[in-house]
Design a protein around this ligand. Structure first.
Ligand SMILES: Nc1ncnc2c1ncn2[C@@H]1O[C@H](COP(=O)(O)OP(=O)(O)O)[C@@H](O)[C@H]1O
Ligand SMILES: [Mg+2]
Length: 330
């Protein structure tokens, strides 16, 4: 059994205004193990980003963790001071985002930004840090690293900037890399190259990678295990192979159908009817009940909770057993 580096239990995150508070994420739990890529997938508005922000203690002012725990190597993170958390971010837990071009400072060269990142957590000379920065640029497969070192972010493509961001994230050899939609802004070929790079990094280091995306195609390329989120809750989780071969939750099945149809040239793309409900008007029972093709009366009133359909395969659906047996027809 490989070591659990991040453990999230019963996590609930709420947004509040002057009068009310709304749960955007409710009672979610998962574990990230050393050396694995754990994918979190779900449509926009599922709560993926605020979950990753809660882990990093970067929630906006109007949001907070109202229940549950987040522990990193057995150490509870939610009680840490901002100073302690800052130390952890960028040394033990690194992150990359969708808008890599925006995340880089446009007025400094790439090389100076990586060098500075190295110098903030290592006691080495500037020359040594520069050498290390060049090696890092090479390790993220940047051709002609010395030229890129002297370039400004605006002179580089989106894919190159994302590689630079990954190099900065790796500069401190973190134990966890949180990548929130790291390839969403990139075109398909570049997207594949970045995913290959993440896979290569995962193999070469023992880092655990939390890969967050709305795109099941991305997950199917690189993840080891997958969590499917919908409207702030976990609908299904299992290994990637099991999820793609034996999906159970109607939501997961819908996501897979939309992904498969996109791979073919069919003119009419399948998509799940409707949209993710607003946090201010969540359905009472199962949150997917308003869009579910297999909905029953009970689903609208009661929360299905989560059950195990096979070892390591969890599903939150009243109809899971019927679906597994092939008795529920859409
Ligand atoms: N700053 C905010 N204020 C109020 N609600 C927010 C804010 N940011 C996100 N939300 C709500 O929280 C939910 C989850 O958002 P988010 O984590 O960004 O989803 P995802 O990353 O899966 O697209 C959404 O319903 C969104 O409307
Ligand atoms: Mg997001």
């Amino acid at each position: 059994m490989s070591e659990v580096i991040l453990k999230v239990e019963g996590l609930t995150i709420a947004f509040r205004n002057r009068k009310e508070s709304f749960k955007a994420v409710e009672n979610i739990g998962f574990e990230l193990k050393k050396g694995e890529i754990l994918g979190i997938v779900g449509e926009s508005g599922s709560g993926k980003t605020i979950t990753s922000k809660a882990i990093l203690n970067l929630l906006p002012d109007n949001a907070g963790v109202t229940d549950g725990s987040i522990s990193f190597l057995g150490r509870e993170l939610s009680g840490l001071s901002e100073k302690e958390m800052e130390k952890l971010r960028g040394t033990e837990i690194a992150m990359i985002f969708q808008d890599s071009k925006m995340s880089l400072d446009q007025v400094y060269t790439v090389g100076s930004q990586i060098t500075e990142a190295i110098l903030t957590h290592e006691d080495i000379t500037r020359d040594e840090a520069k050498k290390r920065a060049l090696t890092l640029l090479e390790s993220v497969r940047i051709p002609n690293a010395p030229r890129v070192f002297d370039s400004y972010p605006f002179e580089l493509s989106g894919g190159m900037c994302q590689r630079v961001m990954i190099a900065i994230a790796l500069s401190c050899s973190p134990k966890i890399l949180i990548a929130d939609e790291p390839t969403t802004a990139l075109d398909v070929t570049v997207q594949s190259q970045i995913l290959d790079l993440l896979k290569e990094i995962q193999r070469a280091t023992s880092m655990g990678i939390l890969l967050i995306t709305h795109d099941l195609g991305v997950i199917s390329e690189v993840a080891d295990r997958v969590i499917v989120m919908y409207a702030g809750k976990i609908m299904e989780s299992s290994t990637k192979t099991e999820l793609l071969e034996n999906p159970v939750h109607p939501y997961t099945r819908g996501l897979i159908r939309s992904m498969l149809k996109m791979d073919t040239d069919l003119e009419v793309l399948y998509s799940i009817d409707g949209v993710v409900p607003d946090i201010k008007s969540m359905p009472e029972g199962c949150r997917f009940s308003t869009r579910c093709p297999l909905v029953m009366e009970r689903c609208r009133k009661e929360d299905p909770g989560i059950i195990s359909v096979s070892p390591g395969h969890l599903v939150s659906c009243f109809r899971s057993v019927e679906i597994v047996r092939g008795e529920a027809l859409e």
